[in-house]
Every structure is written in C-alpha cells, then in structure tokens.
Design a protein around this ligand. Sequence first.
Ligand code: URA
Length: 433
Amino acid sequence: MRMTDLIAKKRDGEALTTEEIRYMISEYTAGIIPDYQMSAMCMAILLRGMDDREVLDLTLAMQHSGDILDLSPIQGIKADKHSTGGVGDKTSLVLCPMVAACGLKIAKMSGRGLGHTGGTIDKLESFPGFSTALTEEQFFENVNRHGIAIMGQTANLVPADKKLYALRDVTGTVPSIPLIVSSIMSKKLASGADVIVLDVKCGDGSFMKTPEDAEELARNLTRIGRLAGKRCAAIITDMDQPLGFAVGNALEVREAISVLKGEQEGDLLRLCLALGSCMLTEAEFVSTREEAEKMLLDAVHSGRALDKLAEMVSAQGGDSSAVYHPELLPQAPVVMEVPAERSGVVSRIHAEAVGLVSMKLGGGRATKEDVIDPRVGVVLHRKLGDSVARGESIAAIHAADEESARAAVEMLRSCYEFSDSSVIRPPFIRKIL
Ligand code: URA
C-alpha cells in the first residue's frame, strides 16, 4: 500500500477501505508516513468528507493506536462526559459528583487546558494536595469504593490523535466533521465508559459557530458512538457568553461548590441537570428525564452531591475541608472591579475574549510548559440581558498584582457591548439528541 495512492483516492472523492485506514493510522503513528503526506490526506478528508463506515474505521483505528482502558474491574455501568470546550466551562466539577451521588459510577479521564483557562484537571488541582496522577488500580478502586474518580489522561492514550491534532492545528484542517468526530470519539472509546454524554457548544466561545454546524457535529458524534456499541446522547448548548459567572481555575471551583450547595441557579445548573438526566436515562437508572432531574435535584438539596465532591477530593489526596470552606482555596491578592462606562442592557459578551483576559492574568496556558496560577481570573457580575448603570461594576478581576489587574480591566471592558433597549437571550439549551 502506498500513502500517495490513498491521498489521490480521497482527493478524487472515493471511500477508503478499512485496511487502508488502519494502514494509514498505524504507519503515521509509527512515524513512517511523514507529516506532509498526512496533511494532504487531512485536507482531502476535509474537502471530500467520509461516509459513516469510514469515520467508524478511522475512530477505531485511532482508538487502538495506544493504551485502552479496560474498566471491567469496576462493577456496574460507568458513565463519562465530554464537552467540545468553552469559556468558564466547569460543568464536570458539578455534574460528576451530582450523578455519582445518584449511584451511577463516574470513571472519567480529563485533560489539561491549552488556551483560555485550564481544563478540569487544572481546576481540580486548585484543591491543595489533589492528585489526578492515579494508577489504573487506584482509579478502579476509587470508582468502586466512592462511585467517582477523575484522573489525567495517560500519556499513551490515542497517540495517533496527539500527532494528528497538532498537525491539523497548523494546516487549516481542524474544522472537518469526520476528523473532529474520530478525534473525540477515539479518546472516549479508549477511556472505556459504557455511557457517553456529549456537550456540544455553539457560538462565539466555541469552535462550532452556528447551531446548524453544532447539530451536525452532535448527530455525527452520537451516531459513531452508537455504531461503536456505546450508549450516547448529546446536548447542544449556547456559548455566546461564558458559562456561569467565573472564568479561572479556583474561581470556577468556588462557583461549582456554590451550585452543588444549591446556592446558584442559572445556565450552569440547567446544563448539569440536562446532561445528568441524559446519563441517568441512558444508563437506565430511570426511564424519563423528568424523574432523573428530580433525583439530581434531590442529591443537591440533601447535600449528598457536595459530600460526594468532598469524598472524591479526599480520596485523591486533596484537602476536602475546602469543599465546605471555599475560602481555603487559593485566592488572588488583588481584586479590582470593572465599572461600566455607560448605562444600558448587556447585548453581547465576547466569550473568547473573556477567556483571553483570564489567560493573560495567568489562568491559562499559551504553551504546554506554562504554569497556571489557580488564583486568578474573572467573575462576571452582569450577563446577557442584564441592565447596568454607568459606574456600576460589570465584573471583578482577580489578579496576582495591581499592574496585571489594571491591564485586565481595560481588556474586559472591550468584551462587553450594550444596548439601549431590552435584549432577548437565545435559548441556552438548543437541543437534546
Ligand atoms: N476536540 C478534540 O478532541 N478533537 C477535535 O478535533 C476537536 C476538538
């Protein structure tokens, strides 16, 4: 088999066979097929597409390019969740303990963030002592004993995706549905859960900018997941403004705790109820999403969801007293308010730009080597549709020093737009598939 022939075949719009796809992925992972040939193939796939059989073959070939986690030592049904990423997305910190408190096992591998803010792992590391570097045995034992564990991705999980994603990033081939689906689903399949729930974001703060594109991605993700034998559901949610109020690692943990305490309603809680009810129904714990929501809300109001977070933090070496006393979490020495320059109704918050403010403050990474400052970030006081009078604070900047705080105040101001009339918010949950 020759890679040149396969590139020409896809360029001409033909389907690749299972053997050809397996050959391409194994030789590329082994460093035999060079990046320039794989770049041409990615572009041919982006332009010509792939049918379901090809996408499934590509997903499975990538899944098998490295370690596969066999979760069979964990009793019962195991659930996992994936988000296509957004600003202020602390969903896993709320959703996972809530669902585990209902008795469904959460066995989740998460990544670190590159860009705006940290990933779930970075956020969890705001708890002093918390470790996500679990061995497989510790991971299995924690899920069996506590019903929940979140660990960092093992180094050799889907190595094909690590190479391919880096290549796509610099060759204009990220926005291809077959490539996105195989990238996401290969990692989910290699992580071994039985139930996979996907949160597909659309809008400014995400990489699917329109609801139509987000729905197409969501339909493809769930179809391939089901063809691979998993129980899958997807939710399409709006990311035209940051999720919740906090953007930045320890600040997001504090917000998650407040939702788990039942102190905060709004988009974050609604999203966690929707995702959690998909998980519980797919796992056949209950038969309707309404019953599932009741169960999840009961876990919050009874305090069991918060206790479950504390149990997980403690089982992974962290100081669980910070769950009940969030003031023990790392705190920035400088907090500076951002006064509105005019009166009006918030008509737009550029989510991606808010993420960049947090990153500039030290809350995210520009390169893999950067060290995250868990203390810093932004807390929004006004969201879409809220009114504000000139001089009132629209947000607070949490910074390591006065100079970076002042620079962030200016940057944050330009993230907001105002209108003189009322603003209709688009529905936050656009569809459940
Ligand atoms: N997230 C992934 O893991 N892969 C993609 O291709 C896009 C988003």
